[in-house]
Design a protein around this ligand. Structure first.
Ligand SMILES: Nc1ncnc2c1ncn2[C@@H]1O[C@H](COP(=O)(O)OP(=O)(O)OP(=O)(O)O)[C@@H](O)[C@H]1O
Ligand SMILES: O=P(O)(O)OC[C@@]1(O)O[C@H](CO)[C@@H](O)[C@@H]1O
Length: 315
């Protein structure tokens, strides 16, 4: 079973617009709502693959009730922690040329009693978890060391931990030795404190993050693919993508693909890349089903193109 923990979930609202003009009223062509937050998306992708998953998340207010309803409609098993504050709503504005602008709200503040209930729910649910994916930003009230504590407790219970967060929450969790971390290029650049312009830069940064405690690093490099850096080897994966519709949740879909395929080695990387590529072809944060995957479009190699410039250099 893959347990996911999303301390700061969201109601994701995506609007497809022709283009953005600051200061203007922009009429959207389509709108959609998805239950969101990184761990929630991992659970949605794992469930779409027909595998068992439970999503632990605090929920509150009308947006929280809607997130619960949407997850229920998708058949996702949820272990909710009811909170007094309202779950946030995050906005994605998808322009016709493929550029996506995202506005992420800070989310509610969790009281100390709510924080305790969240940890207790994770503990109770983690008994039969093979993997625990701890994902996303921390809401106000949770200390930057929260993921570090969660990793330590989960390891004590025997589960493996995948961590997808950024900034201080990531840096403070690394010494607790998560089994895999999944930074994107920007998060990787932030973690090592320098810009990344080539695949080689990303590889060096990932090795440094392993030096800080991560057992393996699955670095997602947007359109440039993914790097898996582990003690068993280094692999680079890419996939052909016909149309990019929305990259919201592509990283989460990738992490789900990685965990579904065992969570280590080149086959897991191939699954991660196939899931990321399929996710970008779908609207909003719709997670791919096995029918959306095209394994024949995926290439995984140990021949790392160190000098290849990143399409979007990260700083
Ligand atoms: N423009 C693109 N073209 C092709 N593949 C893409 C593109 N964007 C993303 N992907 C695929 O999806 C994976 C994850 O994307 P990305 O690195 O943007 O994740 P992320 O920033 O963590 O996303 P999110 O936080 O929205 O889940 C990439 O490594 C790649 O395999
Ligand atoms: O603010 P965070 O927690 O860093 O990210 C939240 C979020 O952007 O991540 C998901 C995409 O990965 C979305 O469903 C959600 O809106």
């Amino acid at each position: 079973m893959i347990l996911t923990v999303t301390p700061n979930p969201s109601l994701d609202r995506t609007y497809e617009v022709q283009s953005l003009q600051r200061g203007e009223v922009i009429r959207a062509e389509t709108e959609r709502m998805d239950p969101g937050g990184k761990g929630v998306n991992v659970s949605r992708a794992v469930a779409a693959a027909g595998r068992r998953t439970v999503a632990v998340l605090p929920l509150g207010g009308a947006p929280g009730a809607l997130v619960a309803e949407l997850l229920d409609a998708q058949g996702i098993e949820v272990a909710p922690v009811q909170i007094a504050g309202a779950t946030r709503s995050n906005i994605a504005l998808a322009e016709a040329d493929g550029v996506l602008t995202k506005i992420n709200a800070p989310g509610p503040e969790l009281s100390s009693a709510e924080q305790e209930r969240l940890l207790e729910t994770v503990r109770a649910q983690s008994r039969d978890a093979d993997w625990i994916a701890c994902c996303g930003s921390l809401p106000r009230g949770l200390a930057a060391s929260w993921y570090a504590d969660a990793v330590t407790r989960a390891h004590a219970g025997g589960a493996r931990i995948a961590l997808d967060t950024s900034g201080r929450a990531l840096l403070e969790a690394l010494p607790a030795r998560p089994d895999v971390v999944k930074p994107n290029a920007e998060e990787l650049a932030q973690a090592v404190g320098r810009p990344l312009t080539t695949v080689g830069d990303a590889l060096k940064a990932a090795e440094e993050v392993r030096g800080m405690g991560a057992r393996a690093v699955l670095a997602s490099l947007g359109a440039d693919g993914q790097l898996l850096v582990a003690d068993t080897g280094v692999w680079f994966g890419t996939a052909r993508v016909a149309t990019v519709r929305s990259n919201v949740g592509a990283g989460d879909s990738s992490l789900a693909g990685f965990l579904i395929a065992g969570g280590s080695g080149p086959d897991a990387l191939a699954s991660a890349v196939a899931h990321g590529a399929a996710a970008v072809g779908l609207p909003g944060s719709v997670m791919p089903t096995p029918a959306d995957l095209d394994p024949s479009a995926v290439t995984v190699t140990t021949d790392i193109p160190l000098d290849r410039e990143l399409t979007e250099p990260a700083s």
